[in-house]
Design a binder for this molecule. Structure first.
Ligand SMILES: [Fe+2]
Length: 339
């Protein structure tokens, strides 16, 4: 039984030496930006006070924010952890519990933030398909513009020990596994985990913990845009502004989202996505091979798969060591002996 069940991701927090450069990128990316108390905030159209924070300082990832259902839940979490519930002195106010995970990542659990009504700045007319033609006597006319980010959807963290981190996040926040990714049979690399919202459908993943070689850090944070047209217009806009593309456009296997990844001026990777899978608490976890992680159902292959980006030496060493270990394991077992 987890201490609480978080309802969603709340924000990601970075430090950067040039807030104006970060702001220019985030506006191209489709966030509405404002500054308060020396910090830069980005918000979507879902009415939440902020989804992206940048503090002045040396460029780095600072924290991931999760949203508790209520202040009462925050109090339960704080008691269990032996830490205080503090006032959140940021736009929207509210309360916060600050924790540190097993890898030293700061986890900011928030509740009670004041929100505004969501806005719908991008038309979402029905789509005609071969089978259904709901759009009649009306044309599609789109204007070039940045994408319209509605909300933050997930974060991907590199961890040293997947099982240790998985237990830490599940015990405290009630995450459920959607897909566990395996390097080989019964050798887990990580998992896509979603919020437990009972019968209410939740995003396929809110947090992905990945045990990969190399330095720890945030692999990316992802933001939901209005729809496929919005994502493609956003792609065109970022390209026209000479922003650094990282991967996309394509459709993922795990989570099924249409995705598009970009780098901010400080090397952090941010994703636009739309049309992802939703599951309830009743849906069982799946196991998936590592090959499904970087493969696509359609669209741009991952730059590493396309040979445009060399795999990091640590990853080559890791995969080679894994293959050797597996070969030895199978060699040791005489025929007919159960594994
Ligand atoms: Fe993602």
């Amino acid at each position: 039984m987890p201490v609480i069940r978080v309802e969603d991701i709340a924000h990601v927090r970075f430090a950067a030496p040039d807030l104006a450069a970060m702001r220019a990128f985030l506006e191209d990316f489709g966030l509405s930006c404002f500054e308060q108390d020396g910090r830069l905030y980005g918000r979507g159209t879902d009415g939440r006070p902020f989804v992206h924070v940048t503090e002045p300082g040396e460029a780095r990832f600072l924290a991931v924010g999760l949203r508790a259902e209520s202040v009462a839940d925050l109090e339960r979490l704080a008691t269990s952890e032996g830490v205080p519930v503090e006032d959140l002195a940021e736009p929207g106010g509210g309360r916060i519990v600050r924790l540190t995970d097993p890898d030293g990542y700061r986890v900011e659990v928030v509740a009670g933030q004041a929100c505004e009504a969501p806005t719908v700045p991008f038309a979402d007319p029905p789509r005609n398909t071969a089978a259904e033609r709901p759009r009649q006597r009306a044309s599609v006319r789109l204007e070039p513009a940045p994408a319209h980010v509605r909300r933050i959807g997930h974060a991907v963290l590199k961890v040293r020990d997947f099982r240790r981190s998985e237990a830490w996040y599940k015990e405290r926040f009630g995450f459920l596994t959607s897909d566990e990714v395996e390097a080989a049979k019964d050798v887990p690399l990580g998992a896509f985990m979603r919020c437990d919202r009972g019968n209410k459908p939740a995003d396929h993943h809110t947090l992905f913990l990945a045990q990969l070689p190399g330095e720890l850090g945030l692999l990316h944070a992802a933001f939901e845009v209005a729809n496929l047209d919005d994502l493609m217009l956003g792609h065109q806009h970022l390209k026209a502004r000479d922003r650094e593309a990282a991967w996309g456009v394509g459709r993922h296997i795990m989570g099924s989202q249409v995705f598009d990844y970009w780098k901010d001026p400080f090397g952090n990777e941010l994703e636009h996505w739309t049309d992802g899978d939703l599951f309830t608490a009743a849906d069982p976890p799946q196991k998936m091979p590592m090959s499904a992680l970087l493969a696509v159902q359609w669209g741009s292959p991952h730059p590493m798969m396309a040979g445009k980006l060399a795999p990091p030496p640590g990853l080559i060493a890791f995969v080679t060591a894994m293959q050797l270990r597996l070969k030895r394991l199978f060699r040791r077992q005489p025929k007919g002996t159960p594994a």
